[in-house]
Design a protein around this ligand. Sequence first.
Ligand SMILES: Nc1nc2c(ncn2[C@@H]2O[C@H](COP(=O)(O)OP(=O)(O)OP(=O)(O)O)[C@@H](O)[C@H]2O)c(=O)[nH]1
Ligand SMILES: [Mg+2]
Length: 353
Amino acid sequence: MSLELSLLIGLIVLLVVGLVIWRRRAKPGMPAMPASSVESAPIEVVAEDPKPASFFGALSQSRSIWNTGIRSLFSSGFDATVREELESVLLSADVGVDTSDWILETLEARAKAQGVSDPEGLHAALKEILFEVLEPAEAPLAVPHATSPFVILMVGVNGVGKTTTIGKLAHRFQAEGRTVLLAAGDTFRAAAVEQLRAWGQRIQVPVISQDPGADSASVLFDATQSAKAKGIDIVLADTAGRLQNKSNLMNELEKIGRVLGKLEIGAPHEVLLVLDASTGQNAISQTREFMQVIRPTGLVMTKLDGSAKGGIMFSLAREFGLPIRYVGLGEQAVDLQPFDRRAFIDALFGSAA
Ligand SMILES: Nc1nc2c(ncn2[C@@H]2O[C@H](COP(=O)(O)OP(=O)(O)OP(=O)(O)O)[C@@H](O)[C@H]2O)c(=O)[nH]1
Ligand SMILES: [Mg+2]
């Protein structure tokens, strides 16, 4: 092939690619984007496993502690030795010292008051006490139609599942008929923006982003403004993972809250602190630190499917009384469920149908 011909073919390919990119960006009738932000529109649908993970399936590893392990303890009633053994089981399941003590004292008092000493009765009483401990955690997120856009900010330490949860939430809200926009507020790592864009393509929602290193608050501001202009119902805002002891990053969260509040009264309307179930009692110290900086309005507990314990849910509910809005039960878009304490207890104790 001659040089001229190769150059001509190269030129034609460049022209075609340029035209395709131009056509994707130019959207007639849409309000102009802020100059600094880029909107990546969804382009393709990727088929995925339509079967959502269930509480029962996801908690199969934890069942060996909670069901088999505890049930066998009560065969000789509830004396000091059984109490001690039960305490070590609760601690090994991540329930934490204070909450374990409270559960044991309540069980002892209730067994005495009601004259319960048979293994089945004690087991049932324990289940009921655990169910009661979870009461403050069961408060599903209801996104009001009157607040548009409703801004949900995801925060948490590195790798807990913030970005993945955003994808799952967007999928969920869409299935409920709400329109969603994703905001790439994790400007710390270039890969973070790509990860969010990949979710945007997978579930067909637009993503607003800026270059890596941009001011996170400014991305979220632009995204909220864009959602407002387009009448989009919900903005899901990603943030960079941050260690709770890094004060500069924690200060950035305060700024994000301030900047969003200026644009939209009450924004962010929901601050979801994402916690990883497999980090156990560490989740308690993370919650404590984040509460001092941004006041989460709810929690998301991810990776319950990868944890063999699950007891951290009881400690969190008792120590903070924050709603556990959702639980992550796997890596697919469908693997996110609102927290249902009856389903959770039944899955732990293996008594579901
Ligand atoms: N098994 C399981 N894996 C999960 C769940 N949620 C998230 N993951 C996985 O956890 C890993 C980290 O998830 P990300 O969403 O990237 O976490 P992140 O908090 O955004 O991380 P940073 O942005 O680095 O702070 C990914 O491999 C996810 O697929 C879950 O509920 N179950
Ligand atoms: Mg992330």
